[in-house]
Design a protein around this ligand. Structure first.
Ligand SMILES: Cc1cc2nc3c(=O)[nH]c(=O)nc-3n(C[C@H](O)[C@H](O)[C@H](O)COP(=O)(O)OP(=O)(O)OC[C@H]3O[C@@H](n4cnc5c(N)ncnc54)[C@H](O)[C@@H]3O)c2cc1C
Length: 463
């Protein structure tokens, strides 16, 4: 291959030591945290340090028609950042500077590779925060959060990524740089391409900068309620009752019996009552104590055993039980961590469906839910052999159970993914939710941004 047709030689000539072909790096770029890995190894991992590095990479990729898979921290749960045979993995993790913080305008301008928690630690010094708080905030990037449209525990009250981004700097497949959005509170000039890019999973361009909408740190007390219920349906009905009461908790997390038992075992806590499910709820702001009292009354009326704490440290201890879900699942086997959303009133019915899928498919599905917004994370537990790189793929019987569960969520008026995205793992169900016409329209939109189809091919869309 002549140098001008060999993408790796061209990248090395342009970017020198930012082009990494070491076996460990190539193997690492095959997989995210979903359990899925791309087949084969990518050509190279480019560690971009500047917008110019990204533009040069994409110009070379365009000229050689080489696919590019953009990567933040690789914590995604849909296989969307996985790069395989013939592809360039473009890591923006080293582009991690905060370029500007404006407390007066409540905005910050950042590079995409900064970790969510690092950004928030820096913003706290100004009395500010960026609200999206995925449970992975200590290990995931702001660019990845934007590209997946991430959510978190606090988003029922404070919004998801889509509510917290004013503008995006985007490098297109051919290397051109677009500045989308604005720095103003309002702004309706032209089509809202910023929103289009949020959740686009690397298929429209590479996010090289973001103007983020900030909040001031919330003053006042934080109150935490832990309520246990005899079974998960009663707990789900109680969470729906809290929402229907008009109360606005900052956090409302539901753990079913299997999740609760696994976490208690992991943390060496006394075993919970068999079958019991738990709601952990926080209120914040000046009205926190009154809201907590009102919510406690709703929970007690719904059959809960309720404990209320005004102590922040005790609140963190109670929330640590919910935050230990992921490591607890690892003690049970390999977990396919799923992500469906239903209207909040449909949570009890969705838990009935999960119980049915468990019975009919003979699988164990410990489930937690961001009950404040109707987003459930069913964890399909299985055991299967690892490949040569240690990646364990979910077997087909697990996918059959997941298929049944996804269709149940859609029947209940829900959606396939509340916050993790489509990636590779859910692309076969995308048209079921969108319908053929919308699927085709969305596909055509990606082609406007990326006519050659070199940006994250095979992700989100099947062809
Ligand atoms: C323990 C654990 C807990 C989690 N909890 C949550 C949670 O509460 N809520 C939640 O929403 N998610 C959660 N996740 C999933 C994951 O952390 C999020 O999807 C996160 O937003 C991914 O960020 P990342 O930097 O790791 O992106 P990556 O995994 O590297 O990439 C994800 C996708 O974004 C694209 N991408 C990344 N950076 C860019 C960029 N600069 N430009 C264009 N495209 C880009 C990639 O191509 C890929 O399609 C969790 C994951 C783990 C492992």
């Amino acid at each position: 291959m002549t140098p001008e047709r060999d993408p790796v030689a061209a990248l090395q000539a342009a970017l020198g030591d930012r082009v990494d072909t070491t076996p460990a790096s190539l193997a690492g770029a095959r997989a995210d945290k979903s359990g899925h890995a791309a087949s084969g190894l990518p050509l190279a991992v480019v560690h971009a340090r500047s917008v110019d590095d990204v533009q040069q990479t994409l110009r070379i990729a365009s000229a050689t028609a080489t696919p590019v898979v953009t990567r933040g921290a690789g914590t995604g749960l849909a296989g969307a950042a996985n790069a395989g045979t013939g592809e360039i993995a473009l890591s923006v993790r080293e582009m991690d500077r905060i370029l500007e913080v404006r407390p007066d305008d409540l905005l910050a301008v950042v590079e995409p590779g900064i970790l969510n928690a690092d950004l928030n630690a820096a913003l706290a010094e100004h009395g500010l925060w960026w609200a999206p708080d995925p449970a992975s905030r200590a290990i995931s990037t702001v660019g990845g959060n934007i590209a997946t449209g991430a959510g978190g525990l606090l988003c029922a009250k404070y919004g998801v990524v889509r509510d917290a981004v004013l503008g995006i700097d985007l490098v297109l497949a051919d290397g051109r740089l677009l500045r989308l959005g604005h720095r103003t509170v309002k702004g309706v000039t032209g089509l809202d391409l910023t929103s289009l890019v949020i959740g686009s999973e690397g298929t429209l361009g590479v996010i090289v900068g973001a103007t983020l909408k900030l909040r001031r740190l919330v003053p006042g007390e934080v109150c935490t309620i832990a309520a246990t219920f005899p079974d998960v349906r009663t707990a789900a009905e109680a969470s729906a009752a809290v929402t229907a009461s008009g109360a606005q908790p900052a956090i409302m997390e539901l753990m079913d019996a299997a999740s609760l038992a696994a976490v208690h075992a992991l943390l060496s806590l006394a075993p919970p009552t068999p079958g019991a499910a738990q709601l952990t709820i926080q209120t914040d702001g000046p009205a926190a104590p009154a809201e907590a009292d009102a919510i406690a009354d709703v929970l007690a009326a719904a059959g809960g055993t309720v404990a209320l704490s005004h102590d922040r440290a005790e609140g963190e201890r109670l929330l640590a039980i919910r935050r230990s879900m992921h490591p607890a699942m690892e003690t049970l086997g390999t977990a396919l961590i799923e992500d469906v959303s239903v209207p909040r009133s449909a949570l009890p019915a969705m838990f009935d469906e999960i119980a049915r899928v468990e019975r009919e498919h003979g699988v164990v599905i410990p489930t937690v839910a961001h009950a404040g917004d109707g987003n459930l994370h069913p964890n399909f537990i299985f055991t299967a052999p690892a490949d040569e790189f240690g990646v364990v793929e979910a077997p087909e019987y697990v996918w059959a159970a997941a298929d049944d569960l996804f269709r149940a969520a859609l029947r209940l008026g829900g959606t396939l993914t509340g916050e993790h995205g489509v990636g590779v793992l859910k692309r076969r169900w995308l048209a079921d939710e969108l319908g053929e016409d919308q699927w085709e329209l969305q596909r055509q939109i990606t082609r406007v941004f990326d006519p050659q189809g070199i940006l994250n091919p095979g992700k989100v869309f099947t062809t």
